[in-house]
Design a protein around this ligand. Structure first.
Ligand code: RFL
Ligand code: PHB
Length: 389
């Protein structure tokens, strides 16, 4: 087989890239390790920056998002047992964000791919990029026991943190930067009405977050130690701990019910540089991971795809390699900014094992300052909303 762009990974980065390339007359083939059902059922992100909303609209993926997504002017933060700040993004930087689940984006991308009869191999095993340091790269994989080879012009590594693409870049080229946090997030989904605002919570008992998917679907998270056994967290215990972390007035508004999903995710910051090696380009979680506190992971995957698709379109339309050559630097500039913001917000809102009462008071003092300073709020709002592309 032959195509222009071989895309490894059919998550949001891979499928969005394939869609934008298609709209620009560029052919691609996607190779995805998992089954379609598995990919469609993963519960992950919920918050879209406005830049992401516009990129999805431009790719023809805006219809259901605009119907079912919820536009928010800002987000709430609580701390100190009774304090609450509404960080007004609209007021400070004239932007908004959209609450719309990644699960739905994945469905929308899948529907768009099916509608155009786009090329995808699901359950592709042993996917391996080759020859990316030459002008004629190719990818091999096994599907239903049969070996396949796809020759291409470029390879896009959109295969997430545990993918193969990053690992084939030689050790003396690839630099990796990493921080692992000493906790994870225990998340549940429940068919109950959410709090009206996304509400981040700093508490001496640990971080909590109240988020939403639809008016009847809530998403809640609590910080837990890394060695937590999910079996030790039946729903009753989860709700009790969640409410104990929020100020009473907010805890009273939380509507509890049975969970329909429950999972634990570790928190990590990670960046791999460069994001390009020869004709292999990394995009999304294959090149970087942020802790979910800043809601940046999916948004970065989308901005990477924006930069990469723009560069590929310029290459095919105008014969210019300039944007391909600057892709890694351009993408990494935005990545590091989001990595720093996510690290900062994580550090401000979580309970670290060694921080003690002193560390708790320092966090509360910083949050008090945030509440008192329009300038500080504007800076945080600007970063939460997402810097311009
Ligand atoms: P994905 O989604 O991991 O998709 C990669 C795909 O590649 C496949 N794959 C392979 N295919 C072929 N061969 C191989 N060798 C392969 N290895 C892997 C995988 O099966 C998969 O289908 O990466 P992508 O596309 O870069 O997208 C990234 C986002 O999924 C991720 O950044 C976000 O979910 C992060 N995130 C959030 N981001 C936000 O912007 N806003 C949020 O509110 C937000 N909340 C979250 C989050 C992530 C969370 N978890 C579970 C880590 C909340 C949580 C709890
Ligand atoms: C979510 O709704 O899953 C979510 C929202 C905001 C975050 C992280 C996750 O910062």
């Amino acid at each position: 087989m032959r195509t222009q762009i071989a895309i490894i990974g059919g998550g949001p980065a891979g499928l969005l890239l394939s869609e934008i390339l298609y709209l620009n007359g560029i052919e691609s083939i996607v190779m995805e390790r998992q089954t379609r059902q598995y990919v469609l059922s993963r519960i992950r992100a919920g918050v879209l920056e406005w830049g992401t909303v516009e990129i999805l609209r431009d790719a023809g993926l805006g219809d259901r998002m605009d119907r079912e997504g919820h536009v928010h002017d800002g987000t709430a933060i609580t701390w100190g047992g009774d304090r609450r700040l509404f960080l007004d993004i609209k007021k400070h930087v004239d932007s908004q964000f959209m609450a719309y689940g990644q699960t739905k984006i994945q469905e929308d991308l899948d529907n768009a791919l099916q509608a155009r009869d786009g090329a995808i191999f699901e359950e592709a095993v042993d996917v391996m990029p080759h020859g990316f340091d030459t002008d004629s790269p190719w990818v091999t994989f096994v599907k239903d026991g049969e070996e396949h080879r796809i020759d291409c012009d470029f390879i896009a590594g959109c295969d997430g943190f545990h993918g193969v693409s990053r690992t084939v870049i030689p050790d003396d080229v690839l630099r990796e930067y990493q921080r692992e946090y000493p906790f994870g997030w225990l998340g549940i989904l429940s068919e109950t009405p959410p709090l009206p605002e996304l509400t981040y919570c700093n508490s001496p008992r640990g971080f909590a977050l109240s988020s939403m998917r639809t008016p009847m679907l809530s998403r809640y998270y609590i910080q837990v130690p890394l060695d937590t056994d999910i079996e030790a967290w039946p729903d009753d215990r989860f709700w009790e701990e969640l409410k104990a972390r929020y100020p009473n007035e907010i805890a009273e508004q939380i509507v509890t019910g049975p969970s329909i999903e429950k999972s634990i995710a570790p928190l990590r910051s990670f960046v791999a540089e460069p994001m390009r090696y020869g004709r292999l380009f990394l995009a999304g979680d294959s090149a970087h991971i942020v802790p979910p506190t800043g809601a940046k992971g999916l948004n970065l995957a989308v901005s990477d795809v924006y930069y990469l698709s723009r560069a590929l379109v310029d290459y095919y339309d105008n014969g210019s390699s300039e944007l391909l050559d600057t892709y890694s630097d351009t993408a990494l500039h935005r990545v590091w900014s989001a990595v720093r913001f996510s690290w900062w917000l994580t550090t401000l809102l979580h309970r670290f094992p060694d921080m003690g009462d002193f560390g708790q008071r320092i966090q509360e003092s910083e949050l008090d300052y945030l509440a008192s300073s329009d300038a500080f709020q504007a800076a945080v709002a600007e970063q939460y909303a997402g810097l311009p592309l």
